[in-house]
Design a protein around this ligand. Structure first.
Ligand SMILES: Nc1ncnc2c1ncn2[C@@H]1O[C@H](COP(=O)(O)OP(=O)(O)O)[C@@H](O)[C@H]1O
Ligand SMILES: [Mg+2]
Length: 263
């Protein structure tokens, strides 16, 4: 893959303010970042730093005040339908079977009905959920629902997948399982991913690169290449280099918070 190839996703100097008590309330401050083809990139920043807002801008649900969004090599600022999105809580339709939750999303995204049904059933088998394809989502555990939600995003014919803290609501054990599962599946599929988390371990375990964000209004404090080779083991956190990098990111996040405090 050429370094010169146009990134799948590129934000240039994206800023956004809301209005609060009739005064401007800046949330994002000139955020520039990119995701190359097949790259797993994570945004890490404190709660309330504007990460979900950034996803709404990338997804075209809202427009930035300034700056541009480019997806798949062309400007898409304010346009919808260019990314697939996985939210923190699996938002599966309770009245549709698990398989229909996937296939209906695919047909909405332009995939033919027969192909969508084939993909849904083939992939549910592949991730070990073939047995529950015909069940309704409420019979699935939280972790299983998130797998279905991830699968739906993975199968959408889109240039970029945006995952917004997908494991934050899961208990620690399920979360660790899901990280290992996602790592395996992503390494086999290599989609272009922008992932959001406030867990440093999760970011370092999964990503090729991180952008560390400050408290709101969010700025990019630093871009960090994660050096651990792939395929990566889910217990990479045991390595001394991992522990050092984790401390570095923690310090950055703390310093970012202090700098904000001193203003
Ligand atoms: N529509 C809105 N109007 C006003 N403030 C908003 C709106 N959406 C988000 N915010 C504020 O913007 C900040 C960033 O929110 P968010 O993007 O959800 O952060 P994160 O996802 O990093 O936790 C928060 O202070 C939030 O209250
Ligand atoms: Mg959020």
């Amino acid at each position: 893959m050429s370094e010169l190839a146009e990134p799948k996703l590129e934000l240039q100097a994206v800023s956004k303010s809301y209005v609060r008590d009739k005064r401007p309330y800046p949330v994002l401050d000139r955020i520039s970042l990119h995701v190359r083809e097949g790259e797993f990139v994570t945004l890490i920043g404190p709660s309330g730093s504007g990460k979900s807002t950034l996803f709404r801008l990338i997804g075209g649900v809202e427009r930035p005040d300034e700056g541009t969004v480019r997806i798949g090599g062309r400007e898409t600022t304010g346009e919808r339908g260019h990314i697939s999105y996985m939210p923190q809580q699996a938002s599966l339709f309770p009245w549709m079977s698990v398989a229909a939750n996937i296939s209906s999303a695919l047909t909405t995204a332009g995939v033919g009905a027969a192909e969508a049904a084939r993909l849904a059933s083939q992939w549910l088998e592949r991730i070990g959920l073939g047995d529950v394809a015909k069940e309704y989502p409420h019979v699935l555990s939280g972790g299983m629902q998130q797998r279905v939600s991830f699968l739906r995003a993975l199968l959408m014919p889109r240039d970029v997948m945006c995952l917004d803290e997908p494991f934050a609501a899961l208990d620690a054990l399920t979360r660790a399982d899901m990280q290992a599962w996602l790592l395996d599946l992503w390494e086999a599929e290599r989609r272009s991913v922008l992932f959001v988390t406030h867990s440093i371990e999760e970011a370092l375990t999964l990503s090729d690169r991180l952008y560390v964000l400050s408290r709101g209004p969010a700025r990019v404090l630093r871009e960090i290449a994660v050096p651990f080779p792939r395929p990566r083991r889910a217990d990479v956190w045991k390595e001394p280099a991992f522990v050092r990098l984790k401390e570095e990111v923690l310090e950055l996040l703390q310093k970012g918070a202090e700098a904000e405090h001193a203003l």
